[in-house]
Design a binder for this molecule. Structure first.
Ligand code: NAP
Length: 334
């Protein structure tokens, strides 16, 4: 370790529309020295998430923008490799937001120790971590599905959507996914157990979707916004719920999509609620425990798309925005 240096990915230019690799720069830095009360973590996995695109813009939002010339933020799991802090001894596994870098030091604020279990380390960033908790809170607390109801989820083969659909099946719902491409739809039905999954990239999307929801839609968990949200709105039932989790189709758009079916919200008395998972800290322990239990019991399946090495992170992030990931997009740092 003493010979190695830290490596970091910095944001060096704010993207206009779609990001490009030259918006990022990879730099070396010394491994930080420790003072009393501090510990050093070697990150093993970095999580890449769509919200990062929003934080590259210099606009007011629920979280401050990433600063230019600084290390990009992001969720990480890793191992304590040096310590002057008794609560985080050498060898402890931790989950934190140490960002796009190999090493970080900390005093322990907002760092969670991961106890040994049958859940693999990387899964604490995906199915049993923030995206899984987003699915759990958004579906169960906001969507409030009842057995027999029809739940639709977009981004169905992604980190959040794949968990939403499987929890809805555990509740006893009919589950219809929406995803890009036959491979992702096949995965949602054959591996995750969705009742149907419709490929939004085909010309028959609207008619195929209508056929897949013969009793209308009771809960629409929206990850994408835009024209897909508009279409689903046209098939929603009275008193349906619409947890608005994300709008990825709009994150790189320079012109917002103009909605046509907003009237459906009024006439069907639909409850639309945007939510941010970090606003529900009291739910995290219960959600995390339930997700981990389902993973261990084989009730919750998941896939990870893993980029190899920090240098691959910018390209993998662009791939995530283009839909190249199946399940959770991670970067392996070790
Ligand atoms: P993900 O689904 O694993 O990856 C992103 C996926 O979005 C891509 O694989 C792609 O799949 C899809 N996509 C990209 N462009 C699209 C477009 N124009 N139209 C439709 N789909 C498109 O990402 P995730 O981490 O699970 O996040 C899913 C959504 O949840 C994002 O909107 C994210 O911002 C949001 N989120 C919100 C919270 C919260 O607290 N509210 C927390 C976590 C995530 P296809 O190949 O299927 O297009």
């Amino acid at each position: 370790m003493s010979q190695e240096r830290n490596r970091q990915v910095l944001l060096v230019r704010r993207p206009q529309g779609w990001p490009v690799e030259s918006d990022f720069r990879i730099e070396e830095a010394p491994i930080p020295a420790l003072e009393d009360g501090e510990f050093l973590v070697r990150n093993h996995f970095l999580s890449l998430d769509p919200y990062m695109r929003g934080r590259m813009n210099d606009v007011r939002s629920y979280a401050p923008p990433f600063a230019l010339g600084e290390v990009l933020g992001g969720g990480t799991v890793g191992e304590v490799v040096a310590s002057r802090q008794v609560k985080f001894p050498v060898g402890a596994l931790v989950e934190a937001s140490f960002g796009w870098q190999l090493y970080a030091k900390s005093r322990g604020e907002a760092v969670r120790r991961i106890e040994a279990s049958a859940v693999p380390l990387s899964a604490w960033l995906g199915v049993a971590g923030m995206p899984g908790i987003t699915a759990y809170v958004g579906l169960l607390d906001i969507g409030q599905p009842a057995p027999g109801e029809t739940v639709v989820v977009s981004g169905a083969a992604g980190a959040v959507g794949s968990v939403v659909g499987q929890i809805a099946k555990l509740v006893g719902c009919r589950v219809v996914g929406i995803a890009g491409g036959a491979a992702k739809c096949g995965y949602a039905v054959q591996t995750l157990g969705f009742d149907a999954c419709i490929d939004y990239r085909t010309p028959e999307f609207a008619s195929a979707f209508k056929d897949a929801v013969p009793r209308g839609v009771d809960v629409y968990f929206d990850n994408v916004g835009g024209s897909i949200l508009d279409l689903v709105l046209s098939r929603m039932n009275p008193f349906a719920r619409l947890p608005l989790c994300g709008l990825i189709s709009q994150y790189n758009a320079t012109e917002p999509y103009a909605m046509r079916n907003v009237m459906s919200i009024l006439v069907n008395r639909i409850r639309v609620q945007g939510f941010i998972v970090s606003d529900y800290p009291s739910r995290w322990p219960k959600a995390r425990a339930a997700l981990a239990e389902w993973v261990i019991a084989g009730k919750l399946r998941y896939h990870e798309t893993v980029a190899d090495g920090l240098e691959a992170a910018p390209r993998a992030f662009l791939g995530l925005l283009r839909g190249e990931n199946l399940g959770k997009q991670l970067v392996k740092l070790i």
